[in-house]
Design a protein around this ligand. Sequence first.
Ligand SMILES: C[S@@+](CC[C@H](N)C(=O)[O-])C[C@H]1O[C@@H](n2cnc3c(N)ncnc32)[C@H](O)[C@@H]1O
Length: 321
Amino acid sequence: MDRMTQAPPQPDAMLAWMECLSDPTRLRLLRLLERNELGVAELCDVLQLPQSSVSRHLKVLSDQGWARSRRQGTNNLYRTVLDELEPAARRLWVLAREQTAPWATARQDEQRLTQLLRDKQSDSQAFFATAAARWDRLRDELYGRGFARSAMLALLPSDWVVADLACGTGQVSAEIANCVRQVIAVDNSAAMLKAAKRRTAEMPNVDLRRGDLEALPIEAGECDAALLLLALTYVPDPEAVVKEMSRVLKPGGRAVIVDLERHDREDFRMEMGQQHCGIDPTNLEKLMRDAGFSQASTRPLAPEPNIKGPALFLTTGTAHN
Ligand SMILES: C[S@@+](CC[C@H](N)C(=O)[O-])C[C@H]1O[C@@H](n2cnc3c(N)ncnc32)[C@H](O)[C@@H]1O
């Protein structure tokens, strides 16, 4: 335990505090470190003092519990720990700070610190001035892609119930389960649901239900949003599915449908067991309006590099049943 946080205070505590504050360099250091975490070299620059002198005073401040350092790379960064001081020591510091404010050296320290912080910021500006062209690749290499997706998913209202219709192996259900109150995941394939069950085993708010898109095992108005991804090409009667989506949504609930654009790859359709060579989004929007959705709108999705399937579109609508 360091000296300043010892309880009860030593009888000579006040003398130790005053001794610590009785040096102008230490007072200047405390002023700088109160709002900024700084390394020894930076402090030398600002105080215009040699490293030996700065280090000696930092050691006193650290030993006496006024400052603390942490390692960053090859540097030690220092900052004050005034909020950990005894209240009486803090009061003493407040007085010392007030009395040192008009010092010319203190004002010059402030100016040099402002310049130093500006230079540090321009280091990052210089970095991004040259990194713009390679930033996307660098970002992927350094941090991956998943974090941005997690950030965007966190925009979902946490009290929502979301239906993942034709959930397949539960990829989407598993991703959004962390961000919403409940996911109702529906599929009519026992094999796909088994895989979804394995994937979401540790997610108690994923409710897997076996059933058909044309007669969903979901109460009317149970959901705030419904997703239907890559499923409409499999159903003979998309109209019935769109009506069911409308039924299970609350008024104002959001429907999001992603599917294949119309294409002429009959071999692809047959291989994937689909009923239709893609879906016409204009027809889909009409089905949605007829089913009680408003603001049905579609946008094409930019194809990702190296994908082999037909292009995709995304249609959204708001239920107002
Ligand atoms: C291509 S997968 C897509 C799965 C998931 N949405 C995804 O994006 O990975 C299509 C899913 O729809 C399900 N499916 C097809 N027709 C269905 C129907 N009439 N009722 C319920 N599920 C159906 C299949 O079992 C399959 O899991």
